[in-house]
Design a protein around this ligand. Structure first.
Ligand SMILES: [Zn+2]
Length: 386
């Protein structure tokens, strides 16, 4: 039995596997699967850490590691400042049943001195810590997640029924940049459901009215306005730079254009649609799940297109559906939860029921399939005035 600190450490070092810093750097560069765990104190972690590392301070290791690293067969690399705390932590993880644990020889001090890449947690201001405190105390968000949201860019197609709740909740959540594409002006008949707008802004362009509402709610948010109609000539310019698109347009020509741009530019689209008392939501993840054309390869011929007589809609309905879309966007930006990839949620407000349908990817899809036949944007004819 070891009797002194020196003996204990020597004993521990013999019982664990170690890995040199150069090897860790090489694995990072090769993007080899590895869970890097920084066991230093939070205060030390805040000063900088090895890129991609999780912070689980040594003092909380036993309590937090199973949540942070649920897979006990995962390759785990621990490090601290000098190599001692991580060695002790490695032995603890072995005892907890982790099968593939290594401790970095030396540690962050040498890593930094060697000029290896260092990441710093983004700094939130005191005002931001207060504003987003209910996010920050969620393990799934935390300061890092909130900083991610603040650095994210979401494009909303339409500042109408679906875009309204989506924009307001995304702004409240602190999504740093919100793009809005809409050509309309605020009309009295919009106000029954389009809660971004207001009676005092009747006749104002929807993007300006939305910007007012969003920046009143949260001055952290930058609004990028596109007062234009989406078509083949501008879709790439508008989409570029955005992390995810929330589609509240709900007309056929746009839907195909949005889909093709999403696949080609590799930008996910959260699709929502509403009709009378019913709504639907799904998330199209390019090449990971079905795209819109996997389901409907071409628009229907004009004479078979659904009637476009103006349909009524329960004012609250887009509130539910648009909020679900915003939820998907936030989950995607945080990298948390299960997206509606390959799943269509159908909501019936009259019966207050949710159903889920499976959507499948089509290997023969003309856009995302194995041998695509559509490789250029197509401006389909507007089936009716919307
Ligand atoms: Zn497809």
């Amino acid at each position: 039995m070891p009797t002194t600190y020196t003996d204990l450490i020597a004993d521990v070092r013999k019982s664990i596997r170690t890995v040199p810093l150069e090897e860790i750097k090489a694995r990072l560069e090769a993007k080899k699967p590895m869970v890097l765990v920084d066991v230093r104190e939070k205060e030390e972690f805040r000063q900088g850490y090895i890129p991609g590392a999780l912070s689980v301070p040594r003092g909380f290791l036993e309590m937090q590691i199973e949540k942070a690293v649920p897979d006990k067969s995962a390759p785990v690399v621990l490090y601290c400042a000098g190599g001692t705390r991580s060695a002790l932590a490695a032995r603890t993880l072995n005892e907890l049943g982790y099968a593939n644990v290594e401790s970095a020889t030396l540690g962050f001090v040498r890593w930094k001195d060697s000029g290896f890449p260092v990441e710093r947690p983004p700094e939130l201001s005191d005002a931001q810590r207060a504003r987003y405190s209910r996010h920050i105390i969620l393990d799934e968000v935390g300061e890092a997640g909130q900083a991610k949201l603040l650095g994210s860019k979401v494009l909303l197609l339409g500042a109408g029924g679906l875009g309204s709740p989506a924009a307001l909740y995304l702004a409240a959540a602190g999504v740093g940049t919100i793009g809005l594409v809409d050509l309309d002006v605020v009309d009295a008949s919009n106000l029954q459901r389009q809660i971004l707008h207001a009676t005092s802004r009747l006749g104002v362009s929807k993007v300006d009215s939305a910007e007012k509402a969003i920046t009143d709610l949260n001055p952290d948010v930058k609004v990028v306005k596109f007062e234009e109609r989406l078509d083949s000539s501008n879709v790439e310019r508008i989409f570029k730079g955005f992390d995810i698109v929330v589609d509240g347009c709900d007309n056929f020509p746009t839907r195909y254009l949005v889909n093709d741009a999403s696949v080609w530019l590799n930008i996910p689209v959260v699709h929502g649609s509403i009709f009378r008392f019913e709504g639907q939501v799904t998330t199209f993840m390019p090449r990971q799940g079905p795209c819109y054309r996997c389901l409907y390869p071409e628009p229907p011929p004009a004479h078979l297109a659904p009637s476009c007589a103006e349909a009524g809609v329960l004012g609250i309905l887009p509130g539910i559906v648009g909020t679900m879309q915003a939820t998907e966007a936030i989950k995607y930006l945080l990298g948390k939860g299960d997206l509606l990839k390959g799943r269509l949620v159908c909501y019936d407000s009259l019966r207050m029921k949710f159903r889920e349908l499976k959507l499948r990817r089509d290997p023969k899809c003309p856009v995302c399939g194995e041998s695509p036949t559509i490789t250029e944007y197509i401006d389909y004819e507007q089936f009716c005035a919307i």
